[in-house]
Design a protein around this ligand. Structure first.
Ligand SMILES: [Zn+2]
Length: 433
């Protein structure tokens, strides 16, 4: 939802927050594999920073200014609300001496960002003023560009595969008429991008002259179920910000290093000097909010279990006291609250989203309602289950499109203990099914 008090800033209700957090959790886990370190950075920076980064010149119309309303507390500067994380990450890179051995350094940041879209353009989760990117910045040596681009393309392929999104196409945008930096830099960067694209086995098209003024980029254009195209992930090479922030690292044979070349000459290798790192901006989801909008449309209520905001519901067959007690126990097992931890130990929940229905209505009605709401697993608890220490789970909603009628029938009625039901669901979550 949104509020008239903050147009363009989506308010995520509990179910939306679940989906958002699971997407972020998924990426955090992949970051371990892809060598990203998450950082947490300020929301407001003095205008001096935005002058250094070039945003004041090129992006001021899209930015919000933050000032103190109390004259006595105003400091010497106006602040800008950040539209991007890159300048903050440049500050971190510049905060200490860096050696070629430290590179690549990859920072990830899920900070909220604000961009001042005109109010007429605002729409749902897609055209917003406040959003989150799965933002990442890679500071690397010129010789590392190609590998970093390849890895990022792998990351995109993995993520879109898990989410079942696609097909997507790749577009390489090259040097525009207005550009900064040398022609040599551009040629080298475009060549690196082309080679990475070719090696990744992806077809791509070239958008001549459509690069950012600071460097060429690869956009990932996703096709939705209606055939409509959306730009989601992006990979941008940047020589501008490292220059503006005076970023450097020390490396042997700096002349060679700068060109992304190596030498075996021991005399040259003995000489160390400063070299400017290359900055790669990359986002795999792009705007998390916009990607959620795409997923909502894409899944159309049939969420995969790991993302489903309604993963399971425990339903009582009748409302007798023993049945309700066993049903509550089952819910607690699924939530990870049973067995209860010893007092003063922290809770260790499973993270499963489990609802509970012990209303007086018929079980048939309750199951139908749960099915229409899109629950992944429906757990019913009746008197027979009490005798056997089991529950009955209906996991038909998790069936693939090609499941046989016989298999489907089996999935509708599986008897297991609450602990087995919990482990079954966690196995789905952990394998992103
Ligand atoms: Zn950036």
């Amino acid at each position: 939802m949104t509020s008239v008090y903050s147009p363009g800033s989506p308010i995520l209700l509990p179910h939306g927050a679940r989906i958002f957090n699971r997407l972020v959790d998924f990426l955090r886990k992949q970051y371990v594999q892809y060598g990203f370190q998450e950082v947490i950075t300020p929301t407001i920076y003095k205008k001096a920073l935005w002058a250094t980064s070039g945003h004041l010149e090129n992006y001021a119309d899209d930015m919000y200014t933050v000032t103190s309303t109390s004259a006595s507390r105003a400091d010497d500067a106006e602040y800008g609300l950040k539209p991007m994380n890159c300048p903050g990450h440049c500050l971190i890179f510049a905060s200490q001496g860096r050696s070629y051995r430290d590179l690549p350094i990859r920072y990830a940041d899920f900070s909220p960002l604000h961009r001042n879209e005109i109010s007429g353009a605002l729409s749902g989760l897609t055209r917003v003023r406040r959003f989150h990117q799965d933002d990442g910045h890679i500071f690397c040596r010129p010789s590392q560009i190609r590998e970093e681009i390849s890895k990022t393309l792998d990351f995109v392929r993995l993520t879109y595969g898990i989410l079942g999104l696609g097909p997507y196409r790749l577009v390489l945008s090259t040097r525009p008429e207005q550009y900064i930096g040398s022609i040599d830099d551009w040629a080298q960067a475009e060549e690196a991008l082309k080679r990475a694209l070719t090696e990744s086995g992806n077809d791509y098209t070239i958008n001549e002259g459509d690069g950012a003024f600071y460097g060429p980029k690869i956009d990932i254009i996703l096709k939705d179920s209606d055939g409509k195209e959306h730009q989601t992930a992006t990979i941008q090479l940047d020589f501008q910000l490292p220059k503006r922030f005076g970023l450097k690292y020390t490396a042997p044979a700096p002349e060679f290093e700068r060109r992304g070349e190596t030498t075996t000459d021991p005399e040259l290798l003995a000489e160390y000097g400063p070299v400017q790192p290359v900055l790669i901006h990359r986002a795999v989801l792009g705007s998390a909010e916009r990607l959620m909008a795409l997923l909502i449309e894409h899944y159309n209520g049939k969420w995969p279990f790991w993302l489903n905001p309604r993963q399971a519901i425990v339903i009582t067959v009748n409302s007798t006291e023993p049945v309700v007690r066993w049903a509550r126990h089952t819910r607690d097992v699924l939530l990870g609250l049973s067995p209860a931890p010893a007092s003063a130990t922290p809770a260790s929940p499973t993270g499963l989203a489990v609802d509970f229905d012990d209303s007086d209505r018929t079980v048939g009605l309750k199951v139908r309602e749960a099915t229409s709401k899109g629950y992944g697993v429906i757990v019913t608890v009746g008197p027979d289950d009490l005798l056997n220490n089991t529950v009955c789970i209906n996991a038909a909603a998790l069936a693939g499109p090609n499941e046989s009628a016989e298999q489907l029938k089996k999935l509708r009625r599986i008897n297991m203990t609450p602990e087995e039901a919990r482990d079954f669901m966690l196995s789905k979550v952990n394998s992103y099914q």
